[in-house]
Design a protein around this ligand. Sequence first.
Ligand code: C5P
Length: 239
Amino acid sequence: SNKGALLYEGKAKQVFETDKADEVIVRFKDDATAFNAQKRGQVDLKGEMNNAITTLIFEYLNAQNIETHFISKISEREQLVKKVSIIPIEMVVRNYSAGSMAQRLGIEEGIKSPITIFDLCLKDDALGDPLINDYHAIFLGAATREDLSEMYALTEKINKILIQLFDEIGIILVDFKIELGKTSDGKIILADEISPDTCRLWDKETMKKLDKDRFRRDLGDVTEAYVEIYNRLKNHLNK
Ligand code: C5P
């Protein structure tokens, strides 16, 4: 597929047209933002690592019968994906307390939850991606009741698979965010990315954070953390 016009530019990725109406190219940038883009920076190798990590994870999920938008990795920073219309709701899954939930509820980080916690956030930069619930999502027309039940079921399945995959490489999957999209025939599938930008990943032995919190909280060794996750996944999956 030939790369065509830039369709969309986000904080960490660009999306380009191809010569096929139902396929687009995603390009991963090294730009990093946090706290609704109030903190900005660059992380060396981040684009390449997130492209490679998302590729490994989406191929793994595809093999476990989870449909994703991923078609193929076409270069260090680019992948070919199915064009979908992104549902404007971020599905956040939490297995342990951390981040904004720990803050909001005034609790410590790292407490294991007895149930899978889902937080929905509206994708709206101007509003800072506010937390919403099912009623708000339906009120806003962002999803129907039927969409939401499919979205929860799919997200729950993905969480189960990822908890185990990360456990096998010595990592606790604390929380993560996914985005879902609708194909032209109305199917809801996994889109966007799954990477250390969108997950909290703690080493099981040392509890070291191997994710974007190293950037958000100025902990140092950001690139090293992304490379570490990539190497563990690559070795485990024999890729
Ligand atoms: O900030 P918060 O604790 O709500 O984030 C929960 C999880 O969702 C974290 O893994 C974070 O990296 C991810 N997230 C994301 N994109 C956002 C908000 C959160 O990937 N816009």
